[in-house]
Design a protein around this ligand. Structure first.
Ligand code: CA
Length: 426
């Protein structure tokens, strides 16, 4: 028996946001869901970059044993691309995206996942959520501080602990390989769907609707009827016996990567050509200036989880036992300023009443006057780091950047605005 995917993808900007920062991809051997973030300028670029790096994998020539390695390679290239873009364009700081990608070889499906977009599997009329959200509330669920029900409705449920892009030094993926079983139906979606449409309703639509295309339409419609507070994207794929049922083999690209900026420049017809054109278009045009209301994740993730993370930690502490939240804060480190010196701190940059949740660990031997204003600004907001090694690396690149850029980033705001951001001292 020969297996095939019959698939569809749809994306809608929703009823509140002004641009679509989700991107979805469905092809014969590849399914992708990416939900971008990065302020008004960057979310659509971030998700498009992820799709652009993954789309060339959509081929039937891969060996099953190679699938995960191929996905890791593409994700890692997308991550580096995002980091480079945010280093080269100040306005793209905080550029990042969730990403789920499923790559098929015969009856094997390899999946990688980061962020809070979700994959669901309907098998024998039973729906299962296959992915675990990389979100702060999910962390609290895992540590027993919240129930799953409380997490679903938690006001801060979209604060992410893991994404692809500027906010993290390394990408940590959830990886799996599964069997593609005839009769299975897969759904990949952004939180614009899973955040407003219940599991049971999603399950009902997937169980009772014949075609993937119709499933996508109905799910998007339900999200809109629930107020459409966010971009909503669905990718649905059925595993079928290709002797019994055939679908299109044309790739579908939806959302920012399909219809957003740069798409009019996409001349190629194969996914790879489209992806390459998309990548180039973004490089040439720089960021989109579309006016979008702030995404709560943008604010939080941009400050590397710390700003809102702290508010969350404090809230969580108040609600569920301050000690566990405090213990979590003390596993964190950040770079900040202490008497105008760049300093490595332990904890998070917040106080609860009279208690500071941080303490200086080490003076890094650099004064703020040696750094360009943009870096000083970042330091004032604090910059999370994994360890001292990462802190030293960052500081070194900032110093190089600042030395190269002294002339360009004068304190004259006009000249600072007109100058290109330095290339990051790599
Ligand atoms: Ca979203």
């Amino acid at each position: 028996m020969s297996i095939q995917l019959v698939y569809a993808a749809q994306s809608h900007v929703g009823l509140v946001r002004k641009n679509n920062q989700d991107s979805g991809y469905a092809g014969p051997n590849l399914l992708v869901m990416a939900d971008g973030m990065g302020g008004p300028a960057g979310g659509d670029i971030a998700s498009s970059v992820a799709v652009a790096h993954l789309a060339p994998l959509d081929a039937d020539s891969h060996r099953a044993d190679d699938l995960l390695e191929l996905l890791r390679g593409a994700i890692s290239a997308a991550h580096d691309d995002l980091v480079r873009r945010s280093q080269n364009h100040q306005e793209l700081a905080g550029l990042g995206t969730t990403c789920i990608a499923i790559l098929r070889s015969g009856n094997k499906l390899a999946m990688v996942h980061v962020g809070d977009s979700r994959a669901y599997l309907l098998r024998d009329k039973q729906l299962t959520q296959v992915t675990t959200d990389h979100s702060f509330v999910q962390y609290l669920v895992q540590t027993g501080e919240l129930t799953a029900e409380q997490a679903e409705n938690h006001p801060q449920r979209s604060v992410l602990t893991r994404v692809l892009g500027d906010m993290t030094s390394e990408v940590t993926l959830d990886e799996s390989v599964r069997e593609a079983v005839v009769g299975d139906r897969w759904l990949l979606c952004s939180d614009g769907l899973s955040g407003v449409v219940s599991f049971d309703t999603i399950s009902e639509v997937l169980s009772t609707t014949a075609e993937p295309e119709e499933c996508c339409s109905q799910l998007v419609e339900l999200a809109l009827r629930a107020g459409g507070p966010d971009n909503v994207t669905c990718v649905v794929a059925d595993v079928v016996d290709s002797e019994e049922r055939l679908g299109t083999t044309d790739a579908q690209i939806v959302g920012a990567a399909g219809t957003g900026q740069g798409s009019s420049l996409i001349k190629g017809h194969t996914p790879a050509q489209k992806a390459a054109a998309l990548s180039n278009a973004h490089t040439k045009n720089g960021p989109d200036k579309a006016d979008t209301p702030p995404d709560p994740r943008v604010l939080s993730v941009r400050s590397k989880l710390i700003g809102i993370g702290i508010a969350l930690v404090v809230l969580a502490g108040a609600w569920f036992g301050l000690s566990r939240a405090y213990a979590w804060t003390q596993t964190q480190q950040f770079l900040g300023l202490n008497n105008h010196s760049v300093t490595l701190f332990k904890g998070i940059n917040q106080s609860v009443g009279p208690w500071k949740l941080y303490s200086p660990q080490q003076d890094m031997g650099v004064k703020d006057s040696e750094l360009i204003p943009a870096v000083r600004e970042r330091l004032e907001q604090t910059v999370t780091v994994q360890d001292r090694g990462e802190a030293e690396k960052l500081l070194k690149s900032w110093l190089e950047m600042s030395q190269k850029d002294t002339a360009l980033t004068s304190t004259d705001p006009a000249s600072a605005q007109n100058s290109d951001t330095p290339s990051g001292g790599q």
